[in-house]
Every structure is written in structure tokens, then in C-alpha cells.
Design a protein around this ligand. Structure first.
Ligand code: SAJ
Length: 416
């Protein structure tokens, strides 16, 4: 019952299925039952409450017998940047007592190529039922973007990768219950590679835009203008540069490919390292901008979630930036993030404390609420009214008129 399990269970339940949502954390289940867990995703909280209320979605700390089992557990990275499949393993083992002939087991979690065949099926076989013969087994990755999950869950095309064709068809039939996009049948390993390849494609493209940003800073050009003009070409789509790539997907999944195929992933690895280096790039820029102020300086990082308008802070590049700056003896770092506060430290919501006597603001995440801030008031409580925009979202004319000195990342010439 995490970020993908909750919306998936909700959609099946809304479509009339009887669903059991399982999570091994009993306190999480209790919070969900009592409505104490606020789901930030648009419309999901309401839909989730509705299906709990009408009895189509029950919550449990252990699996119960069913026609189909969908595994949506995390597959994080270890410190050595290897995929940790222990949650997948545990989830597969936990359903063994519930399995019956004719059941379907679907793995959704992002996984290395071959996971369904090499790891999942041998575990399922311990039930006495043979995957592909007695029970169906498939890999069907989610493709939804946080912030628009419900819409994308229904309308995006989906892959149904089977251990054999019968399993793929069974998975297609299952998701057809609520998916309106097309469901493409393939084999499990192809679907596994597709999931990794999609997020890696995004990471490499973002790395390219970040490299372009560095070129622009070196030549005194404006990367935002360059990007806008390049993207007028009918076959060019340069991504947005920024302070790095965060989240538990794009910043993680490429490592699965590097781990399995070290001899043929130079580009993927280079892109990953480049994006991981962006917080340090921003930190160096901050040091440059503050070099004329002696002694201890206070820096305020605005936005600590991994991207705009979500409260998820996993692998957040601005959180990493704040940590990098905090290690510096000359900096005091404060954080302001009224969105991420739901998952983290209540101090992140204390605007006065975050801005008071600050020498520099760094806009790291483009939350909508930041565009509604009273910058005239904020300026009054700062020590130095300097602001670095890493996302090109601030109204530079208005801020300059208020007396701010503005810096735009990717534009060495200033805030043109
Ligand atoms: N980012 C940029 N520049 C961009 C786009 C994103 O710097 O042009 C940064 C964001 O600020 C963020 C990070 O990249 O830190 C990742 O954000 P995202 O919006 O690209 O992706 P996620 O992690 O929210 O969702 C991705 C999606 N994958 C693709 O678009 C290929 C989503 O469809 C997947 O379902 C999801 O990963 C997942 O669960 O795998």
C-alpha cells in the first residue's frame, strides 16, 4: 500500500472488484483505515476513502486468497548501487499460502531484466503450482507520473509481459478492467527492460540539458533561451536543466542497467554521474555569489521535495544540496518547503524562521505556492536580498523592482 499500490487498488475497487490492500507495516494499515494518512495525489484521497467506505477495498497486514496478486513493493538501491530485491522476494513468499490453481501473479515493481523468470517464478513454484502451467505470472510496470497518477493509470498505454503468452493475456485481461490506454502484450524480460529504458531515457536527456547549461555558463549564454529556440525544431525536445535529478525512479533505475551490463553502459553511467553532480555545481555557484560576504552566511533552500508540487523527498537533489552546504563551516542552512512538510520536518513550514537574516535564497523546486509568496515582506527580513533561481520560474522584473539581486542558473550573464 505505497505510492503505486494505493492508486492501483483504488482503481480496481472503483471498477467493482473486491480488493485487499496489503502492507506489512501494521501502523500504516491502521493510519489508512482511520483516514489519518493524507494522500497528496489529486483526487486520490477522496476516491480511496470512497472505496474503503463502500467495502470494495479492505486493508490487511497479510495477503488473503484472491484471483490475482499484484506486487507493488519498492526495489531500492543498496549503498553499492545494486538493486535490493528483498521486498519482492518477501512479497512473493508471503502469497504462497494463498495461491490456488489458475491464479495470476503480476510484478509491477521496477526490476532488473530477468527478475520474473529468475527470482519470482522459482519462489512461486514452492507453492506446488508451476508458473506458466498451473498459475500465470507476468511483469506489468506502472508508468504513472506523481501529480497526475489517477489520470495516467487509466489512460496511459501499458505493457503486459508474460512468462508465456497465456500469462501475458491474463495480465492484459486483468488491467483491462480499468485501463483505457492500449495494453501491449510482450514477454516478461522485454517489459522489464522497457521500464528501465524509459526512465534511463529521461535521465540521459536531463543530463544533456544540464551539460548544455554548463556550456552556456561558460560562454555567457542563456540556456533557457537556447533550449526554447532549439525546441522549435520539429525533432528536438531538450529537457529542463536544473539542480539535479531526484525521486526513487529516474535517479535510481539506470543503475540497474549499469549493474547488470557494465561493459555496455558508459553513456548511462556518465549521465547518472553528471546528474548526481548537479547539487555540487549549485553549491559552487552559491559560494561564488556569496564570496564578498565575510564570516558565517545564512542560506535558505526553497523546495526540498524531489520535484514540484509533490511531498516526496526521496533522493531529492535539493536535500542533498542543503546537506552539502551544511557541511561548510561558513554556512547556516535553512529550508522552506510548505509542500514537503507533510512528510518531513515541521520546521520546513516556518517561513519567518527560514528567511530571517538570510544572505541568499535558492529556489530549488518550482512549487506553485512559491509564485504566491509575498517577496516584499520576505525582502524586509533578509540580511542580503539575493536569490538564485535554478528552475527559471521567478518573475525577475518584479523581484528586481523590489530590490533583489537575481541570479539565474544557466545564464552567466545574469538575470536577463
Ligand atoms: N527533471 C529535470 N528536468 C526535466 C524533467 C525532470 O530536472 O526535464 C527532474 C525532476 O525535477 C525530478 C526528476 O527529474 O527531480 C524526476 O522527475 P520526473 O518528473 O522526470 O519523473 P518521476 O520520477 O516523477 O516519474 C518517472 C516517470 N518516467 C518517465 O517520465 C520516463 C514516470 O512515468 C514513471 O512511472 C516513474 O518515473 C516511475 O515510477 O518509474
Amino acid at each position: 500500500m505505497g505510492a503505486i499500490g494505493i492508486p492501483t487498488a483504488t482503481m480496481f475497487a472503483l471498477s467493482g472488484c473486491m480488493v485487499t490492500g496489503v502492507d506489512i507495516k501494521e501502523e500504516h494499515i491502521a493510519k489508512l483505515c482511520e483516514g489519518k494518512y493524507k494522500i497528496m495525489e489529486p483526487d486520490l484521497d477522496e476516491a480511496f476513502r470512497q472505496v474503503i467506505h463502500n467495502g470494495h477495498l479492505a486493508l490487511s497486514a497479510v495477503p488473503v486468497p484472491a484471483d490475482a496478486f499484484i506486487i507493488t513493493v519498492p526495489t531500492p538501491l543498496t549503498k553499492e548501487k545494486k538493486p535490493d530485491l528483498s521486498y519482492v522476494e518477501a512479497a512473493c513468499n508471503s502469497i504462497l499460502p494463498c495461491l490456488r490453481i489458475g491464479n495470476l501473479v503480476v510484478l509491477e515493481s521496477t526490476s532488473p531484466v530477468g527478475t520474473l523468470g529468475r527470482l519470482v517464478c522459482p519462489i512461486l513454484e514452492k507453492s506446488g503450482y508451476k508458473p506458466g502451467v498451473d498459475i500465470h505470472a507476468a511483469y506489468s510496470p506502472e508508468r504513472v507520473i506523481p501529480g497526475n497518477i489517477l489520470n495516467e493509470l487509466v489512460n496511459n498505454d501499458r505493457l503486459a509481459g508474460g512468462i508465456n503468452i497465456k500469462s501475458a493475456c491474463a495480465a492484459k485481461e486483468l488491467y483491462s478492467i480499468f485501463v483505457r490506454g492500449e495494453i501491449h502484450i510482450t514477454d516478461a524480460a522485454t517489459a522489464e527492460l522497457c521500464k528501465l529504458a524509459e526512465n534511463t531515457y529521461r535521465d540521459i536527456n536531463i543530463a544533456y540539458s544540464n551539460e548544455l547549461l554548463k556550456i552556456c555558463e561558460n560562454t555567457g549564454l542563456n540556456v533557457w533561451e537556447v533550449r526554447k529556440l532549439c525546441n522549435m525544431h520539429p525533432r528536438v525536445n531538450i529537457h529542463m536543466p536544473g539542480p539535479g535529478v531526484g525521486g526513487h525512479c529516474v535517479a535510481v533505475d539506470p543503475w540497474f542497467l549499469v549493474d547488470d551490463y557494465p561493459a555496455c553502459t558508459d553513456l548511462i553511467k556518465t549521465a547518472r554521474i553528471l546528474n548526481d553532480g548537479m547539487p555540487q555545481f549549485v553549491a559552487d555557484k552559491v559560494t561564488d555569489i556569496l564570496s564578498d560576504i565575510r564570516g558565517v552566511k545564512k542560506v535558505t533552500v526553497m523546495g526540498i521535495s524531489y520535484k514540484a508540487d509533490v511531498d516526496d523527498i526521496r533522493e531529492s537533489s535539493t536535500l542533498y544540496l542543503a546537506e552539502l552546504l551544511s557541511k561548510h563551516k561558513d554556512y547556516i542552512v535553512s529550508i522552506y518547503d510548505p509542500v514537503a512538510v507533510r512528510q518531513g520536518n515541521p520546521e520546513w513550514n516556518d517561513m519567518d524562521n527560514a528567511f530571517k537574516d538570510s544572505d541568499m535564497l535558492i529556489l530549488g523546486v518550482a512549487h506553485k505556492v512559491f509564485s504566491e509568496l509575498d517577496f516584499a515582506y520576505i525582502k524586509k527580513i533578509l540580511r542580503h536580498p539575493r536569490i538564485l533561481d535554478t528552475r527559471n520560474v521567478l518573475d525577475k522584473t518584479a523581484l528586481t523592482n523590489l530590490g533583489f539581486t537575481c541570479y539565474l542558473m544557466g545564464n552567466a550573464g545574469g538575470f536577463k
